[in-house]
Design a protein around this ligand. Sequence first.
Ligand SMILES: Cc1cc2nc3c(=O)[nH]c(=O)nc-3n(C[C@H](O)[C@H](O)[C@H](O)COP(=O)(O)O)c2cc1C
Length: 200
Amino acid sequence: MDLMEAINTRTMVRDFLDQPLKEEEKQLILESAIRAPTAGGNEQWYFVAVESKDSLDGLHKLLVDAQRAYFTEMLKVPWPKDQIEKWEKKVEAGLYKAPFYVAVFTDMRARYYTRSDVEERWAEQSAAAAIENMLLAAHGMGIGGCWFGVPLLMEDKFYEFFKVNKEEMRLVAVLAFGYPKQKPSPRQRKKSLKEVVRSF
Ligand SMILES: Cc1cc2nc3c(=O)[nH]c(=O)nc-3n(C[C@H](O)[C@H](O)[C@H](O)COP(=O)(O)O)c2cc1C
C-alpha cells in the first residue's frame, strides 16, 4: 500500500476477529515503533507486548473499566444509561477484545537534560510517534488497531497489572491489534483544513 493511501485510509478498529496474529506481523509492528523519530535520539520508550491468554483477558477487562470511566466520569456530558447498556452488549460480544495488545510507556530511567519537564514531554511525543508508526504498519498489513488513552483515567491499576514502577516508566497508551471484523471506513473530520491551518 502506498504511504498516502495508508495515511488516508487508516482508522481505529475496535472489533477484532478471534484469530491470533502471525509472529512476523507482531514483530513488524514492534519494529516499526522503534523506527519512529525520537527526541535527542534518546529512545526513552518501552513497550510491553501482551500475547498470553491470561494477560489478554486481564487487559481487556481493565480496558473496559477504563473506557466505562471515560463515558461516565470523564465526559462533561456523560453517556445516558441506555447508551451505556447498548455499549455493554457490544463489550459482551467482544468489543476491544484483541489477540495482541502493546502497552506504550516512556522510559524515564535515564535522563539526558537539565529540564525534566521538557524532557518528559519530548519522551511522550516520541512515544506518540511510535504509536502512529505501529498503527500505520499494522494497517499496511491489513491489521486493525486502536489507540487507547483511557488507561490514564485509572493508571495505577495498569501499573499494577504490568508490574511497572511508575517512577521509572510512565504509561502513555495501550494499543489493540487484530484482524478487523468488518472493514471500517475512515472517519470524516469535523474541522476542515481551512479551520485548523493559518498561513503566516
Ligand atoms: C491520544 C488518543 C487517545 C485515544 N484514546 C482512545 C480510547 O481510549 N478509546 C477509543 O476507543 N479510542 C481512542 N482514541 C481513538 C480516537 O477516538 C480516534 O482516533 C478518533 O475518533 C478519530 O478516528 P480515526 O482515528 O478512526 O480517524 C484515541 C486517540 C488518540 C489520538
